[in-house]
Write a protein that binds this ligand. Structure first.
Ligand SMILES: O=C(O)C1=C[C@@H](OP(=O)(O)O)[C@@H](O)[C@H](O)C1
Ligand SMILES: C=C(OP(=O)(O)O)C(=O)O
Length: 418
């Protein structure tokens, strides 16, 4: 990957059918549930990217056998029983929020000490709520770096029972606890101490757990473990948002195959926002199509449920004919970077009137000038800002390789749009 990538504007509206790689979120849940199920599970349609490789290595460290076949997007996992296996020792979650927040509770199932760490970027993100929750269910925790941060050592086994955790910083703490619940002697009953963000991801957690035989009712998990399963993973809906956004801003058509009406991913609702802006959307059992063409109007929207698509919406909003205001997403300041500051800084660099709010941003439409966008080692900065280059000349993306976190082939796939 070059240090800087120039995006060529499209000369005709996009007209394409795409199938993005597998969902990062579903892949990492399925890998963990399979790793905790006795027997062999086969995951098809899996994502191969830095975040899911982090999870594959992590569950291998837990003692599961992981046989990846990238050509076939398949992973065969043979699970481990934490009640008889030794503690993993150490886990490197790299830059992956899901791997780290899901692994801490899983590591707490093992008798012994596991150190969970990650890249500098991950060490800057919050972990306090899950560390405190694990103490409540019987694990010993050592915070080895800054308080509430990685690296942290977990000593299990955690026995479960009643646990309180906050919901307003990240839903991943709750998802991680729920997924460890079936292996805790007492199961788990979770109570939220603050409003939950990213709600659809918790529903996804409950669904994947149930597919691997766990009994979960709301935030209560029965003891009883997992069963192995053959599990098909949907394409990634957050990744799809870039292609759907491209249809909207070029007045063209994009169909995403494999993302149907029954999708487990909240981010499919990004299409609803494009519809509110004026695009037309067709939903079938197995696909999602967006057609642009008419005028695109700005919208006022709370994106707390689907915040991974907020930067995509910011890029689309540049080409609307009235301002777009996004609220409810103050928590995305603690993702790969401060995403509110980053997206506003970069749009302003291109001459767009963008304003940062405490819990969101406002984008006023405009004509972007030729700009080299900085990407803050945030895959979603790179992918979303590239959309601007499909319409405006002279757009360059610095450090395009950062897309490897969730979508290594993104720029190759973007180049296939006609
Ligand atoms: O559970 C998950 O798979 C995810 C939950 C979301 O995080 P938060 O709950 O921290 O918002 C999302 O941003 C992330 O990309 C994946
Ligand atoms: C926030 C993200 O990832 P994670 O929290 O899993 O690192 C993302 O993919 O946008």
């Amino acid at each position: 990957m070059p240090d800087v990538l120039a995006v060529e504007p499209l000369t005709t509206p996009v007209d394409a059918t795409v199938r993005p790689p597998g969902s990062k979120s579903i892949t990492n849940r399925a890998l963990l549930c399979a790793a905790l199920a006795p027997g062999t599970s086969t995951l098809t349609g899996a994502l191969f990217a830095d975040d899911t490789r982090a999870m594959m290595s992590a569950v291998a460290a837990l003692g599961a056998t992981v046989e990846p076949d990238e050509q076939r997007s398949t992973v065969v996992v043979t699970g481990v029983d934490p009640r008889v296996a030794g503690a993993p020792g150490s886990v490197d979650a790299r830059q992956s929020g899901t791997t780290s927040r899901f692994l801490l509770p899983a590591a707490a199932l093992f008798a012994g000490r596991t150190v969970v760490d990650g890249a500098e970027q991950l060490r800057a993100r919050p972990f306090g709520p899950v560390l405190d929750a694990l103490r409540q269910v019987g694990a010993d925790i050592e915070e080895l770096g800054r308080p509430g941060c990685l690296p942290a050592a977990v000593h299990g086994p955690a026995h479960g029972g009643f646990v309180e955790v906050s919901g307003h910083i990240s839903s991943q703490f709750l998802s991680g606890l729920l997924m460890a619940g079936p292996l805790m002697d007492r199961g788990l009953a979770v109570s939220l101490t603050s409003p939950l963000v990213s709600v659809p991801y918790v529903e996804m957690t409950q669904s994947v757990m149930a597919s691997f035989g766990a009994v979960v009712n709301g935030l209560t998990v029965e003891p009883g473990g997992y069963r192995p399963a053959d599990y098909a993973i949907e394409p990634d809906a957050s990744a799809a948002s870039y292609f759907l956004g491209a249809a909207a801003i070029t007045g063209g058509r994009v169909t995403v195959s494999g993302l149907g009406a029954g999708s487990l991913q909240g981010d499919v609702r990004f299409a609803d926002l494009l519809e509110r802006m004026g695009a037309s959307v067709t939903r079938t059992a197995d696909s999602l199509t967006v057609r642009g063409g008419g005028r695109l109007q700005g919208i006022d929207v709370d994106m707390a449920d689907i915040s991974d698509t907020a930067q995509t919406l910011a890029a689309v909003a540049v080409f609307a004919d009235s301002p777009t205001r996004v609220t409810g997403i103050g928590f995305i300041r603690k993702k790969e970077t401060d995403r509110l500051a980053a997206v506003v800084t970069e749009l302003r660099r291109a001459g767009i009137d963008a304003v940062e709010d405490a819990d969101g941003f406002t984008i006023h439409p405009g004509a972007p000038r030729p700009t080299r966008f900085a990407t803050y080692d945030d895959h979603r900065m790179a992918m979303s800002l590239s959309l601007i280059g499909l319409r405006a000349p002279g757009i360059e993306i610095a450090d395009p390789g950062c897309v490897a976190k969730t979508y290594p082939a993104y720029f190759t796939d973007l180049a296939t749009l006609t």
